[in-house]
Design a protein around this ligand. Structure first.
Ligand code: 2M8
Length: 464
């Protein structure tokens, strides 16, 4: 049974003005993309369950259908690996054949790894840990409601706290054996910003070897192949996958031999923010002080690690290539990582907002709207139509909006909210947008775009 049909703001005020259209339309996208107990990221381009998409989807669903929000995360966590890893894709065995590649067969994770779940087929990678943030939103939207609903939410938190803790512990240990506070990724797909110029240099050092042939099905779902990663990039992606399979997805072996090992600052910052949420969940659940101190320790380490990766000239945070032992000196949206991690000094906050508002990002005079492109238009690698190489992503806007509120920058946050919702009212729930024209690109009914709209509409900028 649907618990709430009409979205209301957390503060009780209904979403208003010319944005009224956005709310039911966004809920409609999530309904149409819903399948069984979870939601496809897009109607045909992404026919399986994706990890961080599901977390954002649950965050949006929390405002319109709390039960579906809980189911979304429950079904994802049902495929958690024994190591604590939450896989980046959970495959739907009933998805149309030849609709997405690489498919479950190509990953072959359940045959290769004892750690993979037995009842489902998943990829062998993971994605940024937005999940605890979504679980906390489910709690926030239930608090103050009827007793039965509060109790249900409390039970949900208790049941999922251990899974979230295991997931964060996996990231803090297996993915950070150096104890740097920063998460190591094995593949650009783990970052979620797949073809971002962040990875160009590290990928140059990956020599693609012989591997079984493959056909890309993603290109049949977009109007123009230049909106998606190139074939050359796909060869690299598939080659890295082959190497992970040869290591049977074993963490220690991957760390020894894998050619792509990068400290991802955006992933790491999301982990800090997710640990902050986990700490609150731990309090609700009544977790012992000792374990809470552990989570606090991860947060502190994460923030210190990010501070070490701060580039004082670019005034951005940079990823670090462990193989080449050098930072990736390129200006992308990931550079705002410390803002997402929070706990900033006044000086660092000023630096970050300065960069955000500069011509390198949201202050670029050619932009359709003052929203930050995924890569700076001043970078040689910038491409306004190519996926994570320049287009504006509503989901990335959400991260900045939410983070600005958390650090007390309500009016700066309100501008991002207004412009993002304005863009969606104008162009629909596209996966990404051309920054200079506002043209919607990629998938046209992208679930996480609809989900972040629902959250932005429901949550007043003062109180995210
Ligand atoms: C994109 O990534 C997948 C691979 O994981 C793809 O291109 O096929 C990214 O935008 C990623 O962040 C997102 O989770 C996924 C589904 O929306 O699509």
């Amino acid at each position: 049974m649907t618990e709430e049909k009409v979205p209301k703001s957390i503060s009780g005020r209904p979403a208003g003005g010319n944005l009224e259209r956005v709310n039911p339309l966004a809920a409609g996208v999530l309904k149409r993309n819903g399948i069984k107990s979870w939601t496809k990221p897009a109607p045909s381009l992404y026919p399986h369950q994706w990890s961080w998409d599901s977390a954002f989807i649950a965050l949006g669903l929390a405002h319109v259908d709390n039960r579906r929000a809980r189911d979304e995360l429950e079904s994802l966590f049902a495929s958690q690996w024994a190591t604590g890893k939450v896989p980046h894709i959970v495959f739907d065995p009933e998805a149309p054949p030849r609709s997405y590649f690489p498919d479950a067969e190509r990953w072959n994770s359940s045959a290769l790894s004892r750690d993979a779940p037995s009842g489902s087929h998943t990829s062998g990678l993971c994605q940024p840990p937005v999940h605890a943030i979504a679980v906390r939103r489910i709690w926030e939207t239930s608090r103050g409601r009827e007793e039965e609903r509060v109790e249900r939410a409390r039970r949900f938190l208790s049941a999922n706290y251990p899974r979230l803790f295991a997931w964060h512990r996996y990231l803090a240990t297996a993915r950070d054996p150096e104890g740097s506070g920063l998460v190591t990724i094995y593949h650009p797909w783990e970052s979620g910003t797949d073809n971002s110029p962040r990875w160009d240099e590290a990928l140059e050092n990956v020599e693609v070897g012989n591997m079984p042939p493959y056909i890309r099905y993603d290109l049949q779902h977009v109007s123009d192949p230049s909106h998606r990663p190139t074939d050359e990039e796909y060869d690299c992606y598939l080659w890295l996958l082959e190497l992970l399979k040869r290591r049977c997805y074993d963490e220690a072996e991957i760390y020894d031999s894998h050619p792509f090992l990068v400290k991802d600052v955006l992933f790491s910052a999301i982990l800090v923010a997710a640990n902050e949420a986990l700490l609150e969940i731990a309090r609700v659940v009544g977790v012992p002080e000792e374990e809470r101190a552990h989570i606090e320790g991860w947060m502190g380490r994460g923030r210190r690690g990010l501070e070490e990766r701060w580039d004082p000239d670019l005034k951005l945070c940079l990823d670090y290539d462990l193989r080449a032992q050098r930072p990736a000196r390129v200006r992308t949206i990931a550079g705002f990582a410390p803002l997402i991690a929070g706990g900033l000094t006044e000086e660092r906050l000023r630096d970050i907002i300065g960069t955000l508002d500069s011509p390198s990002f949201a202050g670029n005079p050619g932009l359709r709207r003052p929203l930050p492109p995924s890569a700076s238009p001043e970078e040689p690698a910038f491409h306004p139509r190519s996926y994570w190489r320049g287009p504006v992503w509503p989901v990335a806007n959400w991260l900045l909006w939410w983070s600005l509120i958390r650090v007390g920058e309500a009016s700066r946050a309100a501008q991002i909210r207004r412009e993002t919702l304005g863009q969606l009212a104008e162009g629909g729930f596209a996966e990404y947008f051309e920054p200079f024209t506002g043209e919607p690109l990629g998938s046209h009914e992208q679930s996480w775009t609809a989900a972040v709209a629902l959250d932005m509409l429901a949550v007043e900028s003062k109180s995210a």
